[in-house]
Write a protein that binds this ligand. Structure first.
Ligand code: ADE
Length: 240
């Protein structure tokens, strides 16, 4: 991570599953501060924009020097966090998780000098159509979603296999004890012990939930290559 606020990243990675992955040496997170690479005595990392206009822009030299000082691995990928980038999704998380190194460039407050994007050859990535004060929070979203896909990071109980979005559908609903809470009961089928029927019910719920909450995803799913199991359920319950 290249960031003017490296503590924002290292501190946030000191919890829960990411903390455990760090402790078990499954991952390594290094935060590099471009301010440490400035050449002027005031450690200035930004400057006024050519052509005029409000605000300041992050300067090339500290960012590019910080980047060039990182020892790249063979299978490395560099991304830069910007609201102009490609919108991040689960298939990008999967792609990034197959790299052995991910270099993430974060800006703060202001924009980058365009040449940082050009010279770094970084892919521009956004986490949504809204603007934050910096790239650190978006970078943390990416780190978290990528790390949890790495082998050994999640225990069996936390498996990523059935996640929402992992096969283009949202997850089915889940229930735990008690059986009845404020008049709401756990669906009978989940208490039946009939694993075939439960599997079918859960898949059907995935279809229903996705169709209701994310019709765009459901449309895409219907146009993809469906398994025989899915075709049977979709027909049986008259979804197609
Ligand atoms: N920096 C500021 N806003 C951002 C966003 N939405 N995505 C990625 N980086 C950003």
């Amino acid at each position: 991570m290249i960031s003017l606020f490296p503590d924002m990243i290292t501190e946030a990675c000191n919890f829960s599953i990411i903390k455990r992955a760090l402790k078990e040496n499954l991952i390594e997170i290094n935060a590099v501060n471009p301010r440490d690479y400035t050449l002027d005595k005031h450690k200035k990392t930004d400057d006024t924009p050519y052509g005029g206009g409000a605000g300041m822009l992050l300067s090339c030299q500290p960012y590019i020097d910080a980047l060039e000082n990182i020892q790249k691995t063979e299978n490395s990928k560099t991304i830069i966090m910007t609201p102009q980038g490609k919108c991040f999704n689960q298939s990008m998380a999967k792609e990034f998780s197959q790299k052995d190194q991910l270099i993430i460039i974060c800006g703060h407050y202001e924009g980058f000098d365009e040449r940082i994007i050009e010279l770094s050859k970084a892919e521009e990535v956004s986490i949504g159509d809204f603007v934050l004060t910096g790239g650190e929070l978006p970078a943390l979203c990416i780190i978290d979603s990528v790390i949890r896909l790495l082998k050994g990071v999640l225990g069996d109980m936390e498996s990523a296999e059935y996640d929402s979005h992992s096969d283009g559908l949202l997850e089915h609903p889940h229930y735990t004890k008690p059986r009845k809470y404020k008049g709401l009961e756990v669906p009978e089928i989940l208490l039946s012990g009939n694993h075939e029927k439960i599997k079918e019910w859960r898949r059907l719920q995935q279809f229903i939930v996705t169709q209701k909450k994310r019709p765009d995803l459901f449309e895409k799913f219907l146009n993809s290559k469906l398994s025989d199991f899915d075709k049977i359920i979709l027909k049986k319950f008259k979804i197609i």
